[in-house]
Design a protein around this ligand. Structure first.
Ligand SMILES: [Zn+2]
Length: 95
């Protein structure tokens, strides 16, 4: 192999690796694990809570979770962006 050819090959290989790394770090790994953590603010005490969101439950979900700080029940409305898989959570006090 000529020097110029091998340099081009190394260049391509490096970029392919970077591309795969990027893929693996973003949505691919999140799809494979099918869950991710997200934060929400307790509707009662205002403390930040972390919850596990299961993607297999759909792009829109709602469930009740007790605050890890004050133990009051929060209704969580979860919205997952189909393209970016960003998670948005709105919390409401359960009455
Ligand atoms: Zn709370």
């Amino acid at each position: 192999m000529k020097a110029a050819q091998s340099a081009a090959f190394i260049y391509l290989e490096k970029h392919a690796l970077l591309y795969f790394e990027k893929l693996i770090k973003s949505r691919t790994i999140r799809f494979l694990t099918m869950q991710d953590t997200a934060e929400y603010t307790c509707a009662f005490c205002g403390e930040t809570n972390t919850t596990f969101v299961d993607f297999s439950g759909g792009m829109q979900q709602s469930y009740v979770e007790d605050c890890q700080v004050c133990c009051q029940p929060n209704i969580l409305y979860i919205q997952i962006d189909e393209d970016t898989l960003d998670i948005e959570i709105n919390s409401e006090p359960e009455s």
